[in-house]
Write a protein that binds this ligand. Sequence first.
Ligand code: FES
Ligand code: FES
Length: 879
Amino acid sequence: MKKVAFHLNGAPRQVEVLPGQSLLEVLREQAKLTSLKDACAPQGQCGCCLALVDGAPKTTCAIPAEKVEGKAVVTLEGVPEAERQLYADAFQAAAGLQCGFCTPGLVLRIKWLTDQDRLLSRGEIARALDGHLCRCTGYVKIVDAVELIHAAKRGGERPRPVRDGGVGKPLERYQGGALSLGAREFVADLDAPGLLHGAVVLSPHARARVVRIDTSRARALPGVVAVATAKDVPGDRWVGIVYRDWPVLVAEGEEVRYVGDVLAAVAAESPRLAREAAALVEVTYEPLPPVLDPAAAIQPGAPQVNPKHGNVLSTTRFQRGDVDAALAASAHVVTGTWATQRIEHLYLEPEAALARPLPDGRLQLYSQGQGIFDDRRQVAAVLGEPEDRVRVDLVPNGGAFGGKEDMSIQAQTALLARMTGRPVRLVLSREESIRMHPKRHPITMTYTVGCDAEGRLTAVRARLLGDSGAYASVGGKVLERAAGHACGPYKVPAVDIESIAAYTNNPPCGAMRGFGVNQTSFAIEGCMDLLARKAGLDGWEMRFRNALRIGDPFTTGQVLEKSVGLEKTLLAVKDAWRSARAAGKAVGIACGVKNSGIGNGAIEKGKVRLVVEQDGTVALHAGFTEMGQGLLTVLIQCAAEVTGLPAPVFRPRVDTKFELGAGQTTGSRATLLGGRAAVDAAAKLKADLDRGQTLGDLAGREYAGEITIDDTTAPGTTRNGKVKTHTAFGWATQVVVLDAAGKLEKVIAAHDVGRAINPQQCAAQIEGSVHMGLGYALTEELPCKDGMPVTFKLRDIGVLRAQHMPEVEVMLVEDPEQEGPFGAKGVGEIGLVPTAGAVAGALEAFDGVRRTRLPMKDSPAARAINVGRIPDADRADWH
Ligand code: FES
Ligand code: FES
């Protein structure tokens, strides 16, 4: 231990520092300053842990604590209150935050930046934010917030967030002010008396037999309270959303199936001790050759990856019409293979859980998962306890994008709490997070598509093969969704689709924003461009001629009866498309469709419970989760609109207090279903208010709202002779414009959102999606070698920084959806569905090269971006 003296937020401070301990660890663990977040320690690549050291912004995870001897350290907690309020108001007014995990670090950088006496252009601001990563916003509105702050500091008007408002108003984000300042806790910020800290032991092998797990050295380490292995699991060790094929702890004698498998979990008196003990767990492996290629995995004789299921996880097949005859009669036919890459969600908040035994014998779990009722069901099963013995509280997470649907470490944390009788908090490192959670599928897609002489599509044949990795997750559903959207938003008389999900020993793939539709969109949009050229049409005209309209059949055969806003989105971008081309720019265009609601035969519910509290507020209990998408704000707006009560009256909560289980927050459905349920509950409260009763009179009353959608059909099936695979769809057209050097210049995104409940945050969702889509198109990938990701570095993975973003113009088109609240439909995913296709079209217009693999790193647009540069020395071996 070494004593280090410095000034912290203006006061002298002395701390004892262990060798190698970072300043971030000291500030979070000893000084309990939680505005600094750990998203990538010790990489220093995200900016979440920023502090001012002697007045200069520094990433504290990359600074040894002993280096601040004698220096002055300022964190956001040390900034004067009036100034803090300015930052919070600016971020709220500009809608510059979503999950808020990156925001406190950005705020401190922006404080430093706007304290300089220099007017910065938007481009200069973006470059100044290069040390920061935001996975949610696309940075557009962060730069807006900087401009507001800069102006206010120089005597301009103070930003004024909208504090009240119903549907159609730019109401500020619920808890957004506190989030901006790091004052709203995430799971890793929670504390509890007697808290223990957890750590996990992960497999270094993609496939190996576990011969022996020896925990004796770890148990002997002073400060270690428990070490859990498979033998300690009292209930069912196997979990999973669709199939229970995933062990929370792998047992001796079994195989590990990927590099995120957990062999043991440790609880100790400090995070350092827990990790030290985890490193002392000795596991003897007998390595086995991993199955890494999905095509080889589904061949007869391939080793079976998962003991619960053969290597073909799922097959989706359906046909309509006579494809062979239609192709034979087509004026033009194109055929080709498109391939997409594995994508890491890279939500800024790594997985964390806190479990604590309650005095009444129940266990309370603080989760940041996407389905707290699924968490409860699975954790209770692992513990061998009835579900009512486990209470789960959602702590709105720092981004998820589908990657927190599966459980990560909730069950191991709960087990350690039960074993020790003490609260346990387990937080994954960035590397552990990347190793453990499911990714977006790499899919290989072979398409043959025909059209007539006028460019009207005649037939689509598609064969899809996705690498689903070691566990089912929702991989089969992803490939099913990919199949169901295989023709994109186009009218096709004859279709023949087959889509297979394969188990391999690669990291599991499951849900990620777009759920298989981004992949098929890239392929079908490529086919549209190729056919357009053969038919002598421009890209807009080709798409307009084939655009789905009311009365047309979707890929699955569902006849569209309502809210098909695709044509409106095409018309919205028409002038921009034509004028950019007339100006000699390289321009690409693509359309997109994405289901809103799971559909495909699932019974879906939205449930809300309003409870009038004694203090005159109304608790709004919901089953779906907040993960930065703004759901809680939307629910407030729905309830405020119906009741006429001020928005601040409503206090959302997501926990298992009421039986509001509605499944995962997934499939762009939370606004649709949750919003409908909120409207339903609010109408009941409104009826009482209309009878002249006040909230004071109604204290203690509960109002239940519920909506069920149970009339969808699985692909290839009918109900009463009718196909209805989905309740609602979002539609979009995007245009990508390159500059004279082939770099990204502008994206125009026209989206049919049904009705924008909160137009500002709706546009922000689309901007963030476009950002993710551009990374998908150009720079992002997570290749693996022998089943292990080849990098864990944020910059290598290729998420775009602020300076890489082009101008994004969002056009909100409203074609009301009858089944949605106030006509709204989900926008969580569709924002990046067309993006890669539009980028590919623009690149071809620039250099004549039609690219069919993602990411398109060989392009001038990608080469201009200084992230995502994984060296490809022996890339041929990678999967
Ligand atoms: S830069 Fe320190 S946590 Fe990412
Ligand atoms: S708001 Fe920036 S990472 Fe979520």
